[in-house]
Ligand binder design. Structure first.
Ligand SMILES: Nc1ncnc2c1ncn2[C@@H]1O[C@H](COP(=O)(O)OP(=O)(O)OP(=O)(O)O)[C@@H](O)[C@H]1O
Ligand SMILES: O=C(O)C1=C[C@@H](O)[C@@H](O)[C@H](O)C1
Ligand SMILES: [Mg+2]
Length: 177
């Protein structure tokens, strides 16, 4: 196991692999894994899609900000954030301040293939999810880059290889504690 100080925060679009890579990274570093979407679901007792249905996106974003503000204050964690977590400047500031931020990128084809069978991504339950992912990428890519300490391309990379390459890069970045 690798012994590294501080928190790691993963950002990127739906299907980029934040949850999958985050879990593997936590396992390899002995850190505790959190996922902001899962934490919102644990606190409310319902799925993300249900929150969007009943309360709308704005109220979901409020819940997300509050969960992120709590989680970033923990120590020695890996946090997979929701795909839209970077939209609010206060979330970006919290993430940048309390941990090393990793932006996971993937091609639109890969994002589409990886999200196709999961019904718990309300923003993609529409006629043309490809166009939606494309426009979300255009809107958010600058925000992901702004907050990130490291950018990783996940296309054509299996998760284990990706995590070991990521660890090599993380060794060169000072921990934020
Ligand atoms: N590098 C990869 N190569 C192939 N498949 C991957 C890779 N990373 C993740 N996947 C697969 O893609 C799907 C989506 O991954 P994951 O749920 O981790 O994405 P996410 O970034 O957490 O998405 P969301 O923002 O919606 O929570 C999963 O089925 C996962 O197994
Ligand atoms: O990209 C987004 O805006 C979202 C991504 C998911 O992680 C969830 O947080 C929710 O489905 C919204
Ligand atoms: Mg996820």
């Amino acid at each position: 196991m690798e012994n590294m100080a501080g928190n790691f925060f993963l950002v990127g679009l739906m299907g980029a692999g934040k949850t999958t890579v985050g879990r593997a990274l936590a396992r390899k570093t002995g850190k505790t894994f959190y996922d902001s979407d899962h934490e919102i679901e644990a606190r409310t007792g319902v799925r993300v899609a249900t929150i969007f249905d009943i309360e709308g996106e704005l109220r979901f974003r409020d819940r997300e900000s509050s969960v992120i503000a709590d989680l970033v204050r923990m120590n020695n964690i890996v946090l997979a954030t929701g795909g839209g977590a970077v939209l609010r400047p206060e979330n970006r500031a919290e993430l940048a301040r309390h941990g090393v931020v990793i932006y996971l990128r993937a091609s639109i084809d890969d994002l589409l293939a990886r999200t196709m069978h999961d019904k718990n991504r309300p923003l993609l339950q529409i006629a043309d999810p490809r166009a939606k992912l494309q426009s979300l990428l255009e809107q958010r890519d600058p925000l992901y880059r702004e907050v990130a300490d490291i950018v990783v391309d996940t296309s054509q990379q299996n998760v284990n290889l990706l995590v070991s390459r990521l660890l090599d890069q993380l060794h060169h970045i000072p921990a934020k504690t």
